[in-house]
Design a protein around this ligand. Structure first.
Ligand code: CTP
Length: 412
């Protein structure tokens, strides 16, 4: 294959290389070619709307340099131009300066001083084109989470304008979901939600979380501040304890019900556990999150306070009911996840944060004991007594299971 005249490594790969990170994938921009000449070279086209091709051997993405031309009102009114477009023009349509650099071999092409912004730890938009794509508001917040960079004041202003214009209403649930799931993989995911809140975007994109902003909590247990602040601290604590995204999501949403507490009972939150469940359901349905997230979120809302107080638990029947809901006889997955959310909940409280979390071992002990219970002898005894109806047998099993758990809990 005859080699292409001018190929530039672009975007995230250049940023990652300059930051000393391994690029996740490598995207290239090609100058001086056409769609036809790319196909003739054996590349296959992947982009429907954009001239993007896959290399026949490496599978890397090669895109023709392009710009977007405004043909109508609003951010959707754009069409792509490729004829005679230079690399610099292609870089100028990109979101942030740190993502608008290119490399030709070892030579860095950096017309917007992305390297300077990496060194200064700043996320700065390249130009007015930032406003053409509302996903960029989410991306800027996500990069803030990943790198701990500050968003430049002018970019914050631009993001705020986009929110005020209503641009974010056009974000698809799939896209928001994708960005959130990526964020849940970062070390300090709270920065994403805080960055969105600071430009007014949280209310639009994550109204359930925005509902926690300014909601007071009892100061002795929660010196950290409002329910949003607590949720952010719990999320970050959870990120220290587990890489599992469902677990981190569960930590994020465990207190959503606090948004619904009637004003006359504040700062207490009686019943916020169950109040959180429909909120989680609403959030998961809107964002079309996978069911594993829904289950994790629902369980976290329902049981987090019970787990927090598991040391004082005196009701074996309640423990049995909880372990059944957690399917502890089949899997420890839900119990282990809740133990981590519980630990994060106890440690995300500013000066009142727990240092130790004995509840986790206690909970896991209860789950193992529950799973160990063997119902078969109980069923046989019930049959010998002539109890053959399903409900009778089920009752005998439940009673025996409660006695079994009571003994373990030293209640008998
Ligand atoms: N880009 C953009 N605006 C978007 C999406 C992407 O300007 N809404 C540009 C940026 O130059 C970006 C490049 O396209 O660097 C590649 O995008 P993508 O692969 O989605 O993201 P990365 O920047 O590589 O980030 P990540 O590491 O999170 O994938």
């Amino acid at each position: 294959m005859k080699s292409i005249e001018r190929v530039f490594l672009v975007g995230g790969a250049v940023r990652d290389l300059l930051m000393g990170r391994d690029p996740k994938d490598r995207d290239y921009v090609v100058v001086g070619e056409t769609c036809e000449s790319m196909l003739a070279r054996g590349f296959s086209r992947v982009g429907e709307d954009f001239p993007v091709f896959l290399h026949p051997e490496t599978g890397d993405e090669y895109a023709l340099a392009r710009t977007e031309v405004n043909v109508a009102e609003g951010y959707k009114g754009f069409t792509t131009r490729i004829e005679g477009v230079s690399l610099e023009q292609d870089l100028a349509r990109r979101d942030l300066t740190i993502n608008a650099m290119a490399m030709e071999g070892d030579r860095l092409i950096d017309p917007f001083d992305g390297r300077g912004d990496i060194e200064a730890g700043v996320l700065r938009h390249v130009g007015e084109a930032f406003g053409e794509d509302p996903v960029r508001v989410l991306r800027a917040a996500r990069f803030a989470a990943r790198y701990g960079f500050e968003v430049a004041p002018e970019t914050t202003e631009m993001m705020r304008r986009m929110v005020e214009r209503g641009d974010l209403d056009a974000l698809t649930p799939e896209r928001v979901c994708l960005e959130m799931i990526k964020v849940l993989g970062e070390d300090v995911p709270s920065r994403f939600f805080r960055a969105l809140e600071s430009v007014g975007a949280l209310r639009v994109v994550f109204p359930e979380l925005h509902g926690l902003v300014g909601v007071p909590q009892p100061v002795a247990e929660h010196p950290e501040g409002d329910a949003f602040e607590h949720s952010m601290l719990v999320l970050d604590q959870c990120a220290l304890l587990s890489k599992d995204k469902e677990t981190r999501f569960a930590a994020l949403v465990h207190d959503l019900g606090k948004a619904d507490t009637p004003a006359d009972v504040l700062p207490e939150h009686p019943g916020h556990e169950l109040a959180g469940v429909p909120r989680v359901e609403q959030m998961c349905a809107r964002l079309k999150l996978p069911n594993t997230f829904l289950t994790a979120g629902r369980l976290a809302c329902t049981y987090h306070t019970r787990i927090y107080r598991v040391r004082e638990e005196r009701d074996a029947g309640e423990v049995v009911a909880m372990m059944r809901k957690l399917k502890a006889n089949h899997t420890l997955e839900h119990v282990e996840r809740l133990a981590i959310v519980g630990e994060a909940d106890a440690k995300g409280r500013g000066e009142a944060s727990a240092q130790e979390y004995p509840q986790a071992d206690l909970l896991l002990g209860l789950a193992r004991e529950f799973a160990r219970f063997d119902a078969l002898p109980v069923v046989e005894q019930a049959r010998e007594r002539g109890e053959v109806a399903g409900p009778q047998i089920a009752q005998a099993v439940s009673q025996a299971l409660c006695r079994h758990m009571s003994r373990y809990m030293q209640l008998e």
